[in-house]
Design a protein around this ligand. Structure first.
Ligand code: 1HN
Length: 348
């Protein structure tokens, strides 16, 4: 009898809902719990992409089509929980990109901001906003929103890097624009190293200028500077129990993150060091530059070696153990979350 009554109630409510939907309305109480979870439960999976598997496939792609045909010849790192989504985490796109000798990836610009973590530089270059920079392993090269950029290689070896873009954030806001330049390469207006000299050597222009808005005016954070800095800092004290020895890339104009939507930092873990468990609301992607790491992500284990890429979705407990002296680059949506006031972390 009671069940019949419950069925009755359900049927009555459903009839009511059926009158709402043609009018583009819905009852909040049926969906509230899903809309406002008690804590984050990521739809994405932790994963590691092995460079040893990716590189031969990338070289095969090099035979299949030119960089010009492809516009960008990239193997997208797809989170295995969302095939076809072109996402590594909830908000970020990442991929391994290849430029073959003599190629140019033609100049374009878009609202999404990009970064490149260089794996094989070999004399290749990126040009951003009228300035060229030569790429070497470990360099962090930034393409601020809406700046012209093209890549090329005039030497005889391939160039490979990891791309990271905030494009799912931009697309979420339905705010994306893109333009193609009327030539393969943009016009260079500054000598190589100009931005680094003007903004990144303890100097700034006399008249304050923010050429890229909230994004750093330095667009190549060279590993040749970053690595010795990290190692010197590491040599002078014990690693942080949760972070290891970590330094973040800064915008010299305000001391904040180098990019408004993508936080970037470099971590050194000495061989044998294991971090304590930490979880945070940002979706992280890590590129191992040196050594090897054993990850424990929410109880699952993964290992990542040189040039491998790992992703750690939001709010999963993370521990890292260095099986060799290790340097890791991390990119995440933390800087965007901090600006929105929603970033949180917890440490054990
Ligand atoms: C892009 O502009 C690049 O410039 C790489 O190298 C990957 C993925 C989606 C949209 C634009 C690049 C990209 C991209």
């Amino acid at each position: 009898m009671q069940t019949a009554t419950a069925d009755n109630v359900a049927a009555t409510r459903q009839k009511f809902y059926d009158r709402l939907s043609p009018r583009a309305m819905a009852p909040l109480w049926e969906v509230l719990k899903g809309l406002v979870p008690e804590q984050p439960k990521s739809k994405f999976a932790a994963h590691v992409w092995k460079f040893a598997e990716a590189r031969p496939l990338l070289m095969e792609a090099g035979d299949l089509l030119t960089a010009e045909e492809a516009e960008r010849r990239v193997l997208v790192l797809e989170n295995p929980a969302l095939p076809g989504g072109s996402r590594i985490t909830a908000t970020m796109y990442a991929g391994y990109q290849l430029i073959m000798p003599g190629e140019i990836a033609p100049a374009h610009r878009h609202t999404a901001s990009a970064l490149r973590m260089v794996l094989e530089g070999n004399g290749g270059y990126t040009a951003v906003a009228g300035e060229k920079t030569t790429m070497n392993r470990g360099d962090l090269v930034i393409t601020p929103a809406m700046t012209w950029h093209d890549h090329g290689q005039e030497e005889k070896k391939p160039v490979i890097w990891v791309d990271g873009l905030d494009l799912h954030t931009v697309n979420f806001y339905e705010a994306a624009f893109m333009d193609h330049f009327n030539d393969k390469s943009q016009i260079l207006s500054k000598p190589e190293g100009y931005s680094e000299s003007e903004f990144g050597s303890g100097f700034a222009p006399m008249e304050p200028r923010r050429p890229f808005g909230q994004t750093s005016p330095i667009f190549n954070y060279r590993y040749a500077n970053a690595r010795p800095a990290l190692m010197r800092v590491a040599s002078a004290g014990a690693p942080d129990p949760h972070l290891g020895h970590a330094l973040r890339y800064v915008n010299p104009q305000d001391g904040g993150w180098a990019m408004p939507t993508i936080a970037t930092w470099l971590t050194h873990l000495p061989k044998g060091f294991e971090t304590q468990a930490i979880r945070s609301t940002d979706g992280q992607s890590l590129v191992v530059l040196e050594g090897e790491i054993a990850f424990d992500i929410d109880g699952k284990t993964f290992t990542a070696g040189e040039s491998d890429v790992a992703c750690v979705p939001s709010w999963m407990w993370k521990k890292m153990r260095a099986t060799k002296d290790t340097v890791v680059f991390t990119m995440s949506d933390r800087s965007a979350q901090e600006k929105l006031g929603i970033y949180r972390e917890e440490r054990r």
